[in-house]
Design a protein around this ligand. Sequence first.
Ligand code: BTN
Length: 329
Amino acid sequence: MTNTELEQTLLAILADGAEHSERELVERLPAEPAALTEAARALRDLGLEPRALPDGGYRLAEPLELLDRKRIAAGLSNDARARLSRLEVYPLLDSTNAYLLAGAAEEWPGGAVCLAERQTAGRGRQGRSWVSPFGAGLFASLLWRFDGQPAALSGLSLAIGIAVARTLRALGVAEVGLKWPNDILWRERKLGGILLESGSSAGALHVVAGIGLNVALPRQEALAIDQPWVDLREILGAEGVSRNRLAALLINELVEILGRFEQGGFAGLAGEWARFDLSVGRRVRLRLPNAAVTGIVRGVDASGALLLESTDGRVNAYLGGEIGLRIEP
Ligand code: BTN
């Protein structure tokens, strides 16, 4: 067994959160005690904290449902199975978006999905980083290829937001809402985010849609988040949610919505957006690349552009990934 396999086997045993003696572990892995110590150290490098027991064994502070490719695959719809070209799960990546963008450059077909237990360089919108501790969230990306010009992609990030919101609602998060263009909120606290990164290869457009959801963030790590936030553990209670189920449902919804987007763009989804939209009718401040404007949100148009009514009553449309929106109290 390689060191990585040893670490993964140890992690799978410890994931139940129970105490495991050294005797049990060396027998089950199987490994010499020195190799066990080494594997436990490697888990610390992943950001986990296996506690050493007096008898040389270990336990994790809390049980952890590890991402399991087979369980995720078993929860996929027929449609998702037909459209997915890969489904990969990693303990550690720098960024799932960066991983799939590199794949796109190597001409991987569309429909590639990857998930990571932890990201060391998780990317957020507007150059921010995304807090991604081991097992504490859902960090997932999907590569999709499109025919046509970049303009055909307008509204795509809102469509992805709808897919995420549907998933969360299906799991019991009744008050999930969307803040244009694609923040996932619960009672005005950030539950998740979406980062779309696009490029072209062999003359065709590709998009990597990255989704980050807070599942059970350790308080210490969450100190790095500079806005009100929430996680699914707080919303749904200690039992929380199965991340494997969450991943499968999310992939199913993404594939469904991308199919619809391919047929008719955002226009056919605008009505559903309105049901999740938290900013409509609210006074907001938009941060544009070189200016800021305030006004009342009047919804979105058929391309997903934000309609903002200024004090003189005129309504302007704003479209673009580099715009930040703050709902005024
Ligand atoms: C935001 O700032 O609101 C967007 C956050 C997007 C985070 C996700 S986590 C999975 C994927 N990989 C990344 O590096 N970022 C996205």
